[in-house]
Unconditional design. Structure first.
Length: 515
């Protein structure tokens, strides 16, 4: 008679149970279902009260599958695994993958366990081990994939945030001209198109302001050459004229051909104006240096010519007094010489304004007073005789703390004479003062006229020294250049709005803080 506790021969019943469990595994269905059914079959085959499978996952978590409730506690599983014996009618068998314990198969019998049952449990445990190891690997992979996906999502959101935070319009197209990225700046603004609307459509469906052919050529150029293209574009779509710097950048997903083009649009209006101001300032400085160099050379001969002219005049008068018949033409010639010398001296004096040390004494100036003084001086100017002159002075205009009233009068006079010239004495001129929006542009004075205006193409030239459209003898083209220099010396700005044929407004904006 064999001792049932030491028998190692599986009984037919145990073999049947094993076959039943294997059969459950041969059915094609999800692992979770197979495990639950197999455990149930096992439970019934060996007449156990509960049957559960514990899985110790790599991350330390315990996953369980169970047939029947409740499950054995982890402590009792560990206890029975430790001594290899059943504890409180519970029998636990190791499930190992290679030499690693991955879990335990646990049965609560509530009675002594037979050896053949232990054999059966071991066989089932061996059967389950590769499935569990596989399930665990899949689960780990799933967890890793989920973590990687979350990381990639996070990185994508981060990159999107970066391109959305840029103060530039940015979009990306592929070789079919389809839009793949469209940042926040492209969504906002007057010409804004939402991202949902843009993504997936061709750039020609979305951007209509540029002619189709031109836009296509620009992209094709980048695709073909692989080189960055950069150019500037003027646009008045948002109301006032703005300058944009457009950059098209090739992008390669692989190593070879350009697969995408990134387009960046940047509003460079302020930068460009600043640069123009800088160029202007440099030109003025160069003129100043030049003037300083030549003034001496010119002033001396001019003084000599003037003195000789005077001398000739006295001589002719002398001869006349002595009864000589002096031709009247000679006096006319002398007068011409006198006038021309005077004109040359005036030009030299104006040029000197550039070369004089800039920092003239500054004290608090009220722009309203400057306007009044200028109007007083202009009262007798021939150009203003028949003109309608409107004065609109602001109350409580902030004082310009560092100003030179004399120079500012000179600026206003130059602007008003220009306005009078532009209106041919027939239109109207308005002089206006007002408080500015910020302390850097704190006090503003404007001279508006209803004259012939300035063509857009000429706008960039009017502050250039010697640029004039007036007939020879009427203008030297220095008025605005000098105004520019004076206003700059006051840390202010000078702006122009003009519509050809309608009139112009020159605006001087001065700081109302000390600098
Ligand atoms: N209010 C205005 N309306 C139309 N054009 C103007 C006006 N102000 C200036 N301009 C244009 O700008 C040019 C340059 O002006 P600027 O005052 O520098 O020189 P000018 O008036 O020609 O000569 P100058 O002032 O030295 O006697 C003018 O010749 C004119 O073409
Ligand atoms: Mg002028």
């Amino acid at each position: 008679m064999t001792d049932p506790t030491t028998s190692t021969v599986p009984t037919p019943r145990a073999l049947d149970a094993l076959a039943a469990v294997i059969a459950e595994f041969n059915v094609s269905r999800p692992l979770e279902t197979s495990l639950a059914v197999a455990l149930d079959t096992l439970c019934r085959s060996v007449d156990a009260r509960e049957c559960s499978l514990w899985l110790h996952t790599a991350d330390g978590l315990v996953r369980t599958w169970a047939a029947g409730e409740p499950q054995a506690s982890e402590a009792s599983v560990n206890a029975s695994l430790a001594d290899g014996q059943e504890a409180q009618g519970v029998r636990a068998v190791r499930v190992t993958a290679g030499d690693r314990r991955v879990g335990a198969l646990v049965l609560r019998f509530g009675r002594p366990v037979r050896d053949e049952e232990v054999l059966l449990l071991n066989a089932v445990a061996n059967l389950l081990a590769p499935e569990l190891a596989h399930a665990e690997r899949s689960r780990q992979l799933e967890v890793e994939v989920a973590a990687r996906t979350a990381e990639i999502d996070g990185q994508r959101r981060f990159t999107e945030k970066i391109i959305d935070s840029l103060p530039l319009g940015l979009y990306v197209i592929d070789r079919e001209y389809r839009i793949h990225a469209w940042n926040r700046k492209r969504e906002t603004g007057m010409q804004g198109v939402s991202r949902d609307e843009a993504i997936g459509r061709t750039v020609f469906d979305i951007l209509h302001r540029q002619p189709f052919e031109m836009l296509r050529r620009e992209f094709d150029e980048v695709f073909a050459t692989g080189r960055i293209q950069e150019y500037q574009m003027e646009s008045s779509a948002s109301g006032d004229a703005r300058t944009y710097r457009i950059t098209k950048i090739p992008m390669r997903l692989g190593d070879s051909a350009v697969t995408h083009v990134i387009t960046i649009g940047e509003d460079v209006t302020d930068w460009r104006q600043g640069q123009q101001r800088h160029v202007q300032a440099e030109k003025l400085a160069a003129i100043g240096t030049l003037a300083a160099g030549v003034m001496h050379e010119i002033n001396n001969p001019l003084a000599t010519i003037a003195a000789c002219g005077d001398g000739l005049g006295y001589r002719l008068e002398d001869l006349q007094r002595k009864g000589a018949d002096v031709n009247k033409d000679l006096f006319d010639y002398l007068e011409i010489i006198d006038n021309e010398v005077l004109r040359c001296k005036q030009i030299v004096d104006q040029l000197l304004d550039f070369s004089r040390p800039k920092q003239l004494a500054k004290s608090p100036v009220d722009l309203n007073d400057v306007v009044e003084k200028t109007l007083f001086l202009m009262k007798h100017h021939a150009g203003f005789k028949k003109m309608a002159l409107v004065k609109e002075l602001a109350d409580a205009l902030p004082v310009v703390p560092l100003g030179n009233a004399e120079q500012l009068v000179q600026v206003l006079m130059a602007l008003m004479i220009n306005a009078a010239d532009a209106t041919d004495g027939r239109g109207s001129i308005t002089v206006r003062t007002r408080k500015g929006p910020t302390t850097t542009d704190g006090a503003i004075v404007e001279v508006s006229d209803t004259g012939h205006g300035i063509a857009r193409s000429e706008m960039s030239k009017i502050f250039e020294p010697f640029y004039t459209t007036k007939p020879p003898g009427r203008g030297t083209g220095l008025g605005l250049a000098i105004c520019y220099g004076i206003v700059q010396d006051h840390r202010g700005r000078i702006e122009v709005d003009s519509v050809s044929g309608k009139g112009s407004t020159f605006r001087v904006l001065l700081p109302t803080i000390e600098w």
